[in-house]
Design a protein around this ligand. Structure first.
Ligand SMILES: [Zn+2]
Length: 286
């Protein structure tokens, strides 16, 4: 979704903040409340991805005021005096409904402090939204890493940055190493090439390793290896906020890799099935 505010509302962890003062945030707020933007999200009741839409929460007259302000020249953007239409607002509450059944809701609450809003609550929790989704990966990850993925999502939903990030990092490392093992069996890469730079001395960081696995990892990941450089940083180099910010990107990367593996396994299964029925017909023909 290209609506930064909406993205913040539905994916941020507790106590994360977002500046909402002028544009484009105010325009994004109007768009959300006018139901001009919808988004896909895992519905914990449908147990599937569904489209969600705005279902109320923000006072209509506030939205009207903001809309008028945005469409009257000289009011908000070039105001002689800084006018903040949210000044009188203490809390913001957003409710979204599932497109399949409007009784399935997502609810989010924010407190306004100065020009920022801070998430102070949501229901269902992002752990409830994310963890059921994770269950389909339990076989690929194995029990230990699957539990770590769940713990990581749970910690992030409670605003724990470094803790959640460390677990996610271990999972990325595991998946990248598993992928290397696969590349090694095809003869595309040796352990030495994977672990060390050309000088044979300096170790490759995560960014280099991901570059080397082009063709074996999803293209979206090998095309943006820089993001994964953060995985190579030591714990003491990471800030709490940096971890919270990187979390969704790394998590989406992990999901992409896992989806890729699921699709490959499904293809192998279908091919084996096909071979079996083919052999049966051939042997019947004899
Ligand atoms: Zn639903």
């Amino acid at each position: 979704m290209s609506n930064g505010l909406l993205d913040f509302i539905v994916t941020s962890s507790l106590y994360a903040d977002y500046k909402i003062e002028t544009n484009p945030e105010l325009e994004q707020l109007v768009k959300i409340c006018h139901n001009e933007v919808r988004f896909e999200m895992f519905c914990p009741i449908c147990r599937n991805k569904k489209v969600f839409m705005y279902d109320g929460g923000i006072d209509n007259s506030l939205i009207k005021n903001i809309w008028n302000g945005l469409h009257t020249i000289g009011s908000i953007n070039s105001g002689y005096e800084k006018y903040n239409p949210l000044e009188s607002i203490e809390h913001m509450y957003f409710r979204f409904k599932c497109s399949l059944n409007e009784c399935h809701k997502l609810e989010y609450v924010f407190v306004r402090k100065g020009n920022k809003i801070i998430k102070i609550g949501q229901y269902p929790s992002s752990a409830d939204i994310d963890i059921p989704q994770a269950s389909k990966y339990s076989k690929i990850l194995g029990k230990q890493y699957y539990n770590e993925l769940k713990r990581s999502i749970g910690l992030h939903s409670h605003g724990v940055g470094i803790g959640s990030f460390v677990y996610l990092r271990r999972i990325i490392e595991k998946l990248v190493y598993d992928t290397f093992k696969e590349a090694e069996t095809t003869g595309a890469l040796t352990q030495q090439q994977f672990e060390y730079q050309d000088d044979g001395e300096h170790r490759n960081g995560m960014e280099e390793k991901i570059k080397l696995l082009k063709g074996f990892l999803p293209d979206m990941i090998t095309a943006n290896p820089k993001i994964y450089g953060v995985v190579s940083k030591g714990i003491h180099e990471l800030s709490e906020n940096e971890c919270l910010e990187y979390f969704p990107v790394l998590k989406d990367g992990i999901v992409m890799i896992l989806d890729d593996i699921v699709a490959k396994k499904e293809k192998e299964r279908a091919e084996a099935e096909y071979k079996k029925s083919l052999n049966k017909i051939i042997s019947n023909l004899k």
